[in-house]
Design a protein around this ligand. Structure first.
Ligand SMILES: Cc1ncc(COP(=O)(O)O)c(C=O)c1O
Length: 337
């Protein structure tokens, strides 16, 4: 059975064009910098983001953690949102890999009180550790963080000589929603992690971009973490298509999410979280205790969703169309009717 998969935009399969490009990709040993296609991909992503250099890693988690490891020394502090992917969903990696202290600051759905941010920045003393890095995330869940807010966070960080890292797992979605180039978002960070296997459809990979000396150091640390890879032109080939072509069609996923939201709102007692409706995701809750069984009902009827965890999150992507969205939401309607 072909499932309608609303769990995430990571579930997409590589397109035929990507598969053909993989098959034909020229390759070399990337640890010796011999893989020309990978060198091209890293340069392409860096240029798009307005940065000097990039390094390819297997996942968004690897990229974020490599950024922390390269920015910080042991015992230094990283300020980030309490709901940031880096602290909530990366398997507790930061204290293990980088021996850093994570200071999580409460936000209003990704927006900090900036006076509070400035107050918690610390200098090294007999009893405090030094803050080294501030992390932002854009898109943040399904919310796009406004650029004027990012510029203020960046300005505060620079005033205190801190580095800024952006988890831009879905930066192309954020740029599509804001109708700007990705570089307009990336300019408020020193380093950015850009996932190619989420909404863009590449089978594997994230590129960490930033200043050349930083990326040179990150490349050594990637090897130390076991991330030195060999003939990875076969991964660069679909990733180039993801960046050059698939990034231009994300508005379709966003429009489909708006369409899905419209259908969901026809169901009684549903509340859509409007603060997180900027990209290809719809977060919603329903005031009906049967919601705990929706996952199993949909699964039996050919639709995959994540289990209920305080809210539902349905995600659109290029492997589902409007007919499938309609079919899935009609099943939701039927379940609650
Ligand atoms: C915002 C954000 N950052 C980082 C990641 C980590 O990416 P990966 O699953 O490739 O490790 C994800 C994964 O969905 C994410 O949503």
């Amino acid at each position: 059975m072909k499932y309608i998969d609303l769990r995430s935009d990571t579930v997409t399969k590589p397109t035929q064009k990507m598969r053909d490009a993989m098959y034909q990709a020229p390759v070399g040993d990337d640890v010796f910098s011999d893989d020309d296609l990978m060198n091209e991909l890293e340069d392409l992503v860096a240029k798009k983001l307005g940065k000097e250099a990039g390094v390819f890693v297997p996942s968004g988690t690897f990229s974020n953690q490599l950024a922390l490891y390269t920015h910080c020394n042991q015992g230094q502090e990283v300020i980030l949102d309490q709901d940031a992917h880096i602290v909530q969903h990366e398997s507790g990696a930061s204290p293990v890999i980088s021996s850093v202290q994570l200071f999580t600051l409460e936000s209003d759905k990704g927006i900090w009180n900036l006076e509070k941010l400035e107050r918690v920045i610390k200098k090294r003393s007999i009893s405090t550790t030094e803050t080294k890095l501030v992390c932002m995330e854009n898109a943040f869940g399904g919310r796009v963080i406004p650029l004027d807010y990012m510029s203020k966070v960046h300005a505060i960080a620079k005033k205190h000589n801190l580095a800024v890292h952006l988890d831009g797992a879905r930066i192309f979605n954020a740029a599509t929603a804001l109708n700007v180039e990705v570089s307009e978002i990336a300019k408020y960070a020193d380093t950015v992690s850009v996932c190619l296997s989420k909404a863009l459809g590449a089978p594997v990979g994230t590129v960490l971009v930033g200043p050349k000396p930083f990326i040179d150091e990150a490349r050594l640390k990637r090897k130390q973490m076991g991330g030195g890879m060999r003939q990875i032109g076969i991964l660069a080939a679909p990733a180039k298509i993801a960046v050059e072509e698939m990034s231009k069609r994300l508005y379709v996923d966003h429009e489909n999410a708006a369409y899905m939201e419209g259908l969901l709102k026809e169901i009684p007692n549903i509340t859509v979280d409007e603060t997180q409706r900027d990209i290809n995701m719809v977060f919603f809750d329903i005031n009906d205790d049967r919601k705990y069984h929706l996952h199993d009902f949909l699964y039996k009827n050919g639709v995959k969703i994540l289990p209920y965890e305080g809210a539902f999150r349905f995600v659109t992507h290029f492997d589902i169309d409007r007919n499938e969205i309609k079919k899935a939401i009609e099943l939701v309607k039927k379940f609650f009717s």
